[in-house]
Design a protein around this ligand. Structure first.
Ligand SMILES: Cc1cc2nc3c(=O)[nH]c(=O)nc-3n(C[C@H](O)[C@H](O)[C@H](O)COP(=O)(O)OP(=O)(O)OC[C@H]3O[C@@H](n4cnc5c(N)ncnc54)[C@H](O)[C@@H]3O)c2cc1C
Length: 415
């Protein structure tokens, strides 16, 4: 069976939702397809994994975002294949949908770089499912340590990848070990647990300034995270991580934050692929070589008006989604498209309570500590406002986070 609409969007992440909202505002008939019935707020996934917040705080049903927009229809289905020439997508249940325009905004997936054992034994962190799976594994490992007091070691976590995701999740797990585990299990269990953050590069947070890197290292170390930098991971087995320099770290849980690539749909689309298996899009966000296909967010390598590469961030995806919708509206009415003008808000990463690093705006103004935390909050409130009418959840989370009020919201769900 085939269904026809004006625009088909694959993926209800930051890019897909922003695009659908703008198309809806203009009354353009749109079909938004996502394999999940909800939009997920990835910036706080690491807190779900560390059992500091619940799943409902990082998800919002896609239908509730569009329930007042008659021209946007939400379909919960997994897209199995796409045809960029006919602008059609086929879902795993065998339905085919045709559009005058096609928007690919289906995000990324973990890139294990063919590291032996990484896919089998590593825990990636890209989706709510990944976060709950990791959180469950952590709680289960803590229960084992708690139930077997004669065990010499506690839960040994190794986080692979010193980018923002790796820094954030290692900081959050170390905080849980420090503030939550002593009261939830016992101080003895907490003392035995450890977190290592490892990376092949000699430092953490590669895109950041040296001062931000030094700040992050200082804060992480103070929180009890041990760093092993400058040697790549060559193998992961059920109990250990092996490095290129011959070292070996015992590990009960390995978090894989080693990199991302565009997923299979893009790989099999026939589009020319660039860095990270993503599509090098034209300045107007269209895929080169085909008509009427836009590729956005984490599936695309996008550039700004000056030709500089744009980072894979929520705000980049959200702005690209809105911009693509305007270009689509222009195309549908016989107008011409415009090159994407990105408003650069900078880079930021949360290290722990009140500790964050931020490099704000195009000029990369450095701020650390509580000011960076506030900047993070401001930027992410804007992101969240794209999918929620009220951002109170994020504000109350921030209050609780700073005052240590919220410590064991969902810990224990592995039972
Ligand atoms: C752990 C983590 C922390 C992050 N922290 C920050 C941060 O603090 N600040 C920031 O700005 N950015 C952050 N990012 C980056 C940011 O979240 C991404 O750049 C952004 O989500 C990309 O948006 P997107 O719309 O391209 O893709 P996504 O948000 O990933 O959305 C893709 C959507 O496509 C759907 N989909 C995938 N395949 C299919 C299919 N076959 N069929 C149907 N649907 C499909 C998925 O279910 C998903 O809803 C973080 C990312 C991660 C992983």
């Amino acid at each position: 069976m085939e269904t026809t609409t004006e625009v088909i969007i694959v993926g209800g992440g930051f890019a897909g939702v922003a695009c659908a909202r703008e198309l809806g505002r203009r009354g353009i008939r749109t079909l938004l397809i996502d394999k999940n019935s909800y939009h997920q707020f990835q910036p706080l996934l690491y807190q779900v994994a560390a059992s500091q917040i619940g799943v409902s705080e990082v998800t919002r049903p896609l239908r509730s975002i569009f329930h007042r927009t008659n021209t946007v229809k939400v379909l919960t289905a997994e897209v199995a294949s796409i045809d960029v020439n006919t602008h059609s997508v086929t879902t795993t249940d065998g339905h085919t949908y045709l559009g005058r325009m096609l928007v690919l905004a289906n995000g990324a997936e973990a890139n294990f770089f063919d590291t032996p054992g990484a896919q089998e034994h590593g825990y990636p962190l890209y989706s709510v499912r990944d976060a709950t799976r990791l959180g469950t594994a952590l709680v289960s490992a803590l229960n084992t340590v708690n139930n077997e007091p004669e065990m010499e070691h506690g839960v040994r976590v190794v986080v692979v990848g010193g980018g923002p995701t790796g820094v954030e999740i290692s900081g959050a797990i170390a905080e849980s070990f420090r503030y939550v585990i002593p009261s939830y299990f016992s101080p003895e269990v907490a003392e035995k647990c450890s977190v290592h953050l490892v990376d092949m590069l000699p430092n953490v947070l590669p895109p950041f300034d040296d001062k931000s890197k030094a700040y992050a290292v200082k804060r992480l170390t103070r929180m009890g995270v041990k760093l092993k930098l400058g040697s790549g991971v060559t193998q992961i087995t059920p109990g250990s991580v092996t490095f290129a320099d011959g070292a070996n770290l015992p590990a009960d849980i390995v978090v894989w934050a080693g990199g991302l690539k565009a997923g299979r749909l893009i790989a099999e689309s026939g589009l020319t692929l660039g860095r990270g298996g993503r599509v090098d899009v034209q300045p107007d966000l269209k895929a080169p070589g085909v008509e009427g296909v836009y590729v956005l967010g984490d599936t695309a390598n996008m550039t700004d008006a000056r030709g500089d590469k744009l980072p894979q961030l929520g705000s980049t995806a959200q702005q690209a989604g809105k911009w693509a919708a305007k270009n689509i509206a222009a195309e549908l009415t016989g107008g011409s498209t415009k090159p994407f003008e990105y408003v650069d808000k900078g880079y930021m990463a949360m290290i722990g309570r009140g500790s964050a690093v931020a490099e704000l705006g195009r000029k990369r103004r450095l701020v650390h500590g509580p000011i960076a935390f506030a900047a993070w909050l401001a930027v992410h409130l804007v992101l969240l406002s794209g999918v929620r009418q009220r951002a109170t959840a994020l504000i109350s989370w921030a209050e609780d986070y700073l005052t240590h009020n919220r410590s064991h919201v969902v810990l224990g769900r592995a039972d």
